[in-house]
Design a protein around this ligand. Structure first.
Ligand code: GLN
Ligand code: ZN
Length: 761
């Protein structure tokens, strides 16, 4: 059996890559130094995998592996052309990721979006109808030689397959489909293969994650054509085609028809695809079993993996098997050994990238008869079954005793609305913000100092109080109607709750790449979740004491907390979400008790939680909405529940958004020019809506006129009495002067709309 890996984390044990790249951007180090650090990291990473047979190269990236492909294939948008002769290749590469504003140039960055259902973001390739491709980058050839030299064996170059590469991109003009560019793309792939073969390569890993998605006939046909061409020229190359994040299902026979040497399948996400695969697996091919979870931090259950391996070996023979993680390990942190504060019982159940590599070897040893490794592993798993750290009988009892009426508000929206109106006394087109206000470097500093123990609790709380007083004053001066406390105590909207809820742990160093040099450190949900103390009440009620205007309490919703954490794998995600929901509900009720009459439950990750395959959407949406309703019900009719989502693409799921029954929903619409509102209008969405009237991701200050025109559009589509006025999202990353000016313009536009509306009616 061959042991191999699909990709290793690039950022380094201590986020060295992030630090080097950012120093380079700040011109504190030179290109040579950046390259030297990167080379050193790659070396370390290869050595850590040296026990494997198939070790990936070209999985390293200075920013993102999809951008690397665009660069390699010469898919460099025209606006960067003037830069090509002017700046170095690495600067050109970074300017594609981040834009270029220097030497009289102002070139915008390429778009970024999420990599399938992960929290990794990639740079979207841009295509034109007359798009050409040519071998442009050299990184893959250099890294191949580098790896070969360090490892003393032939590494396996990793590339995104041609069909997925095209599908990941976007047409920049209408009138063509990007898949039609395939004929022009394939020759470049063949050229790359040829050159690498000359350098000594034998196996090539081509990632085609789109094979697990719903494919059109045209796309299926493209797969057939691409792989026929790729293998036609030179029969000497061996392609390992990888699929992950879902099962192959109806694309199985298509995958079998592709003339490759090996196929990788994800048995963590979709273990039950194995039987079907084995039943008709092509005779000339190797099968790579992705048995180790590349998306989560838990130790492998060897007994289960061995079962799969044995089953496959029985049918195919062990010579035709490869053992691997389910997907690239870039989605898991580097090394569990760095975590010194995790409870030993929990730590004993975890594995990060470094440990997962050993797990591959372990599985092969167990298959060959090492029973000791299997026994030890089973012991860890058995211990967790009755661990009182993981299992909380109180939580389980509560989950079992929930009743239907717990999941609904006491009355319908029509009955709640007049009661809320009476209590809140808000004008038409009420103005508000999404929650966070600028997090200045001082705020970040005193939060960090408090965490490090350099600032006492008392001093820290005083600092937060000062910031809250200040932000309330500013909001009153701007004349907003519904105020917020600013979220200065929160580093991150999920981490903040994770740190306070039982069943969660925070790590010291478990960073994963989110985009470019940005890393995140998701909390770990290891056990039954409950709320043991107030989490937000102190700050919301402090804020409410500073003003006569209503303060909106701020909670993160259960789906978003789930989505942005490492989730336990010993029970259904929906069950874990349900436990989180009850904890959030407890906080909601505590806020209500403390006199907070408006509470927002943020669910920006609701949409990204959607399964990759459409026929699984309903099932997910059913439980996700159910869970949101647990979190948001239980309050009296007079308490107004808001929710917030940042994406503008939920036309298809409006029915479920409506079922959430939030009194007010605030959404991102400014960049899509209120297009989404047409969908809300067609759907006759009954509750109140705050369409974001300006883009918070830009430093631009929107004028009163442009906000007014967006409001005009909104009033044409929706009943005026339903419309709120607010920015697109939180203002955390903005600077104060632009924030104040933008919000002032927003309030002026709302006031203008009120006057005009009253004149008409
Ligand atoms: N309340 C959060 C904030 O304002 C919402 C963030 C988000 O939607 N991602 O920062
Ligand atoms: Zn948002």
């Amino acid at each position: 059996m061959r042991k191999h890996n699909l990709g290793y984390p690039r950022i380094g044990m201590d986020r060295e890559l992030k630090k080097a790249i950012e120093q380079y951007w700040e011109e504190k180090i030179r290109e040579e130094q950046l390259f030297k650090s990167a080379k050193e990291l790659r070396k370390q990473h290869w050595i850590l995998q040296s026990e494997l047979d198939g070790i990936p190269c070209n999985d390293f990236s200075f920013y993102d592996h999809v951008l690397d492909m665009s660069f390699l294939l010469g898919a460099i948008p025209d606006r960067y052309s003037p830069l090509i002769s002017l700046i170095s290749p690495i600067d050109l590469y970074f300017s594609m990721a981040r834009g270029y504003q220097k030497n009289g140039f102002d070139v915008t960055a390429m778009e970024m979006t999420k990599w399938f259902d992960t929290n990794y973001h990639y740079i979207v390739p841009e295509f034109l109808p007359n798009q050409t491709f040519n071998l442009h980058g050299t990184k893959i050839f250099e890294e191949f030689n580098e790896a070969k030299e360090i490892l003393g064996k032939v590494p396996k170059p990793v590339l995104i397959g041609p069909v997925s590469f095209l599908l990941l991109g976007k047409e920049k003009l209408e009138g063509f489909h990007r898949i039609d560019l395939l004929d022009r793309l394939i020759p470049v792939y063949i050229e790359i293969f040829k050159r690498l073969k000359e350098q000594g390569a034998d196996w090539f890993q081509l990632d085609e994650p789109f094979l697990v998605m719903d494919l059109s006939e045209k796309e299926k046909h493209a797969f057939l054509k691409a792989y026929e061409h790729l293998t036609q020229e030179d029969s000497g190359i061996k392609i390992l085609l990888t699929t992950y994040f879902e099962g192959l299902y109806e694309n199985r026979s298509l995958a079998f028809k592709l003339p490759v040497s090996a196929l990788h399948i994800d048995l963590v996400r979709c273990p039950n695809q194995l039987d079907g695969i084995l039943y008709s697996f092509p005779k000339d091919r190797l099968l790579s079993l992705g048995v180790i979870d590349g998306r989560n931090i838990w130790k492998n259950k060897y007994s289960v993996s061995i079962e799969h391996i044995k089953k496959a070996a029985n049918v195919l023979g062990k010579e035709r098997l490869m053992i691997a993680p389910s997907c690239s390990l870039i989605h898991v942190p580097f090394d569990l050994n760095l975590e010194t504060d995790i409870h030993p019982e929990i730590k004993d159940r975890m594995a990060f990238a470094r440990q997962k590599i050993h797990e591959i070897t372990d599985l092969c040893c167990i298959f060959e008869g090492n029973t000791l490794l299997l026994k030890e592993n089973s012991k860890s798993h058995k211990r967790s079954v009755d661990s009182t750290i993981i299992h909380d009988s109180g939580v389980k009892k509560r989950m079992a005793s929930t009743k239907e009426q717990d999941f609904h508000r006491n009355s319908t929206f029509e009955s709640r609305r007049p009661i809320q109106r009476e209590c809140l006394q808000l004008p038409l087109f009420p103005t508000t913000t999404i929650g966070s206000f600028p997090q200045t470097s001082e705020i970040r500093k005193f939060r960090a100092n408090f965490k490090k123990g350099k600032l006492s609790l008392q001093d820290y709380e005083k600092e937060i109080e000062t910031s809250i007083k200040d932000v309330i004053q500013k909001q009153e001066q701007i004349d907003l109607d519904v105020l917020v406390h600013g979220e200065f105590e929160r580093n991150d909207m999920v981490e903040y709750f994770g740190e306070q809820l039982k069943g969660f742990l925070s790590t010291k160093n478990a960073w994963i790449q989110s985009y470019g040099s940005r890393c995140v450190k998701p909390p770990v949900i290891y056990g039954d979740v409950s709320r043991t103390k107030d989490m937000t009440v102190r700050w919301s009620s402090f804020a409410q004491k500073q003003t006569k205007k209503p303060i909106k309490g701020m909670l993160t919703g259960p789906i978003t907390i789930l989505q942005w954490s490492f989730v336990r794998n010993d029970q259904l995600r929906s069950e874990t979400a349900r436990q989180i929901a009850w904890s959030i509900r407890d906080e909601l009720l505590a806020l209500e008790d403390a006199g907070i009459g408006i509470i927002q439950i943020d669910e920006p990750a609701l949409r990204e939680g959607l399964p990759l395959k459409k026929n699984n959407w309903n099932k997910y949406l059913e439980w996700a909405i159910h869970v949101f309703k647990i979190a948001s019900s239980g309050v009296t009719d007079s308490t107004q529940i808001h929710t917030h989502m940042c994406y503008s693409e939920f036309n298809e799921i409006l029915e479920y958004i409506a079922k959430m029954d939030a009194d007010v929903i605030t959404i991102e619409t400014s960049r899509s020019h209120m297009e989404l509102l047409e969908a809300f209008s067609r759907f006759k969405y009954p509750n109140e809506i705050g369409p974001g009237v300006y883009d918070v991701h830009s430093t631009r200050i929107p004028s009163v006129e442009e906000i007014s025109s967006l409001l005009d559009q909104a009033t044409r589509l929706l009943p005026a009495k339903n419309i709120w006025v607010n920015p697109d999202c939180g203002l955390k990353t903005r600077k104060w002067p632009e924030t104040i000016q933008s919000l002032k313009n927003m309030v002026l536009a709302a006031k203008k709309a009120r006057r005009e509306f009253i004149n008409i009616t």
